[in-house]
Every structure is written in C-alpha cells, then in structure tokens.
Write a protein that binds this ligand. Structure first.
Ligand code: GLP
Length: 241
C-alpha cells in the first residue's frame, strides 16, 4: 500500500489524476472502475480539465461503476447511473454506451449482478479502480462484515451509510435501504486501486484501513493485500495516522 498525503482536496485530485493517467496510458482499451460520492469529484474534475486541454483522451475507454441503489428510479438525479453520467461520462467525453452501472431495477437482481461480473471479465478486468471510503470503512457499498471474497450482489445499507447519504435526498426516508455493489473480491481483482479521501471525518476509517488489522470490521483494510493500492489523502484524513 502506498500512502500519499497532500495539502488539500485540490492537490489530492491533481495527484490522483496524474496516477490514473500514468496507469491508463498506453493500454489499448483501458478499463476504469468508477466510484460515486464526493471524494472522487476533484479527481474527475482534474481528469476533465485534461480532456478539455487535449492532454488526455478517454473516449476509447470502458467504465464500470461500483454500485447502485436498489429500486431507485434510473431517472432520479441521485441514481448512480445519473451521478456517473453527470460527473464522469459527460465531463470526460466518454461514450455512454461504454460505461456500465449495476442495474438496481432488474426483476432478477442477482442474475443482473452475475451478468455484470461477467461483463467486467469479458472486458479484460479493471485496469484502474477508483475508490472513496465510507466513514465506517466501506468501499463500494461493502459494509462492515462483508465477505472478503464477495462478488457483485445485493446488500443492505447500514443506518450510518443511509444517514451519511441522506444529504443527497430530501429526507432520510427517501434514501434506499438496499444496493447492488461490486464485491470486495471483485474490487481486489483490479490491477491498480486508487483510493481518495479528504477531511477529518474520514480520519478514523483511514487509520483503520492503513494501520489496523485486516478485518471485516473495516472492509477497506483488505486493500493492504492489494498488489498495487495507492491511497491519496489530505492532511485531515491523515490526521489519525
Ligand atoms: C458512498 C459510495 C462509496 C463512497 C462512499 C463515500 O455511499 N457508495 O463508493 O466511497 O459512500 O462517500 P463520500 O465520498 O461522499 O464521503
């Protein structure tokens, strides 16, 4: 695990973008794994700046999002399908047909999840997986005590995650209770993982992930076993290391 501590969120975005581009450059059909949440926004904005400047082209890339809420209307502004379109696909001028998000509306959710894993494999696997981290140490929506070998599947969101995400909805009641998320095993199959986090409210989760035991209490701690994980954080998120 490589840990890089930056001054602020902007520097986190710039440095993470440098890494992502360096890893993806030269790959014929690069595959990126996409996270939602506020943490990667500075990184996506920086990648977008480089696309606009003509120094980075990702129009030939493939994308797979980590997760989606179950039962959320795909047209809801906070469905991850829409969030990924707004924050990644459009700013990075990606082909929308080449970016997939798990289907949280399928009649057969597990069948759709299995098909999602198969599509990742068919694409040759994820070259660079972008990750944020929940305040309880989740990655994707793999809440504490998720199996380390899990694949894409339906999970129940914890009360804390629903509260954390209530800011994106009109009320806590509106926050979905279930999700479809790539598993920890799926995430660990990525060739490179770049996790970004900022702010003191992430400091406990970051300390548990980097310095704690590898434990299902902190799902992100599995990244200690990832062959190439880069953790890019600001001083606030690093304050308990
Ligand atoms: C969300 C997403 C995660 C994200 C995390 C942190 O619920 N499912 O992929 O990393 O929570 O979000 P934020 O970056 O907004 O703190």
């Amino acid at each position: 695990m490589e840990v890089v501590i930056c001054r602020d969120a902007q520097e986190v975005g710039e440095l993470a973008a440098d890494r992502v581009i360096a890893y993806l450059e030269g790959i014929h059909t690069p595959v990126i794994g996409l996270a939602t949440g506020s943490s990667p926004l500075a990184l996506y904005a920086e990648l977008s700046r480089r696309v606009q400047a003509g120094t980075f082209d990702f129009s030939h890339g493939l994308g797979f999002a980590l997760d989606e809420y179950v039962g959320i209307d795909p047209d809801h502004p906070e469905s991850y399908r829409n969030v990924i379109r707004r924050t990644v696909v459009e700013p990075l001028k990606m082909d929308p047909g080449r970016v997939r998000v798990p289907n949280g509306f399928a009649a057969d959710l597990q069948g759709a999840a299995d098909e999602y894993d198969a599509a990742i494999e068919e694409a040759g696997g994820v070259d660079v997986q972008i990750l944020g981290i929940g305040s309880n140490g989740h990655i994707g929506f793999n809440e504490p005590f998720s199996s380390f070998s899990s694949r894409t599947r339906v999970k129940t969101l914890t009360p804390q995650t629903r509260e954390d995400n209530a800011r994106f909805f009109n009320s806590l009641d509106e926050v979905p209770r279930h999700c479809v998320t790539q598993g920890l095993g799926t995430i660990m199959d990525s060739r490179v993982a770049v996790l970004v986090a900022t702010g003191e409210h992430k400091a406990d989760a970051i300390a548990a992930m980097i310095e704690g035991p590898v434990s299902q209490r902190c799902p992100a701690s599995i990244l200690q076993f990832h062959p190439r994980a880069v953790i890019v954080i600001d001083e606030g998120a690093a304050s308990k290391l």
